[in-house]
Design a protein around this ligand. Structure first.
Ligand SMILES: C[S@@+](CC[C@H](N)C(=O)[O-])C[C@H]1O[C@@H](n2cnc3c(N)ncnc32)[C@H](O)[C@@H]1O
Length: 297
């Protein structure tokens, strides 16, 4: 059944898309073993002595609410490069738990729309933002970016970490980003790419492990943004850096094995171990790489 009202405001700042029956939500994002349980972050907080529903100092979240490489260091680089200012309107595509959005809102006082596909991550992000007292600056929207509706020329900046490669139809997402951005606005993206399409790997398994729906080379990435009308300001190959980062992340995770299992259980440990291990393998065999792309309208 088609519902005609596309969005429902369920509280002042959480907007949920109603027409779930008609959404093109890919069914298998949970096959990616980074995503099985959004609420695990509450146990991390509990471990620090912050009980569920208690208010939170946003800074105490920064160590574990960022689902991308180099955490807030990368988000700060984004703030500096884009010169994000108080009152700017920003969109984060694929916001996960909302970590980057909250960081930007807290650090510069920008108004951020945190757009997330997965309802459980959206819900946790919304709750964390409320508990940090940032609901006046961060609006959580739960929808697929490909069906996201908003005015053209609306945002000063659009940002995204490790999300666009999940979204099918790169041409459409680039055009939509271009439309949503104000003239003169800038985009900051960090994302996975194909490094060598001839790498000796099971590509179907890789696609499944990473929920990769539009994994493309750096050159193709740039071309898509140029074709949409953008001027490329910076295109940085992050492959060597991220390859090391993910190796270190995997060994740190293994070192924390007993503590992790005590907190989250063996099943979640095994799932996340698999994910972290496969990422290391895919970087090692040079199947995947990464980029930072900054471009302007
Ligand atoms: C690796 S996580 C990164 C989250 C966040 N950017 C961060 O760095 O903390 C990528 C996020 O993109 C979201 N995502 C994937 N496809 C999406 C889509 N079509 N629309 C909106 N979000 C999407 C995923 O659900 C996931 O939470």
């Amino acid at each position: 059944m088609l519902l005609t009202i596309p969005y429902a405001v369920v509280s002042s700042k959480a907007i949920i898309k109603l027409s779930e029956a008609t959404l093109s939500v890919p069914k298998n994002i949970k096959t990616m073993k980074l995503y099985p349980e959004a609420k695990r972050i509450f146990r991390e907080l509990d471990n620090l002595g912050v009980q569920e529903n208690e208010s939170i100092d946003v800074q105490s979240l920064f160590a574990f609410d960022q689902l991308h490489y180099h955490g807030i260091q990368s988000v700060q680089a984004c703030i500096n490069t884009l010169n994000i200012k108080r009152g700017d309107k920003l969109l984060e595509i694929g916001s996960g738990w909302g970590g980057p959005s909250r960081y930007i809102a807290h650090m510069v006082g920008a108004n951020v729309e945190a757009l997330e596909l997965q309802k459980d991550y959206h819900d946790v992000g919304f709750s964390l933002t409320e508990r940090c007292g940032l609901s006046d600056r961060v609006t959580h929207v739960c929808t697929d970016f490909l069906t996201y509706e908003n005015k053209n020329n609306h945002f000063n900046n659009i940002v995204s970490w490790l999300a666009l490669y999940h979204i099918p139809n790169r041409q459409k997402s680039c055009l939509r980003i271009f439309e949503l951005l104000k003239p003169g606005g800038k985009v900051f993206i960090e994302d996975l790419t194909v490094f060598d399409q001839n790498a000796n790997i099971n590509w179907d398994l890789l696609k499944n492990d990473l929920f990769a729906n539009s994994l493309i080379s750096i050159d193709d990435y740039k071309s898509h943004f140029e074709n949409a009308g953008f001027k490329i300001d910076v295109c940085q190959d992050m492959t060597i850096d991220w390859s090391k980062f993910t190796r270190d992340r995997y060994s740190n995770f293994l070192e924390r094995k007993n503590e992790f299992i005590d907190l989250h259980g063996k099943d979640l440990f095994d799932q996340m171990k698999y994910f972290y291990m496969k990422i290391v393998e895919y970087f090692n065999v040079k199947a995947i790489g990464g980029l930072r792309l900054i471009c302007s309208k």
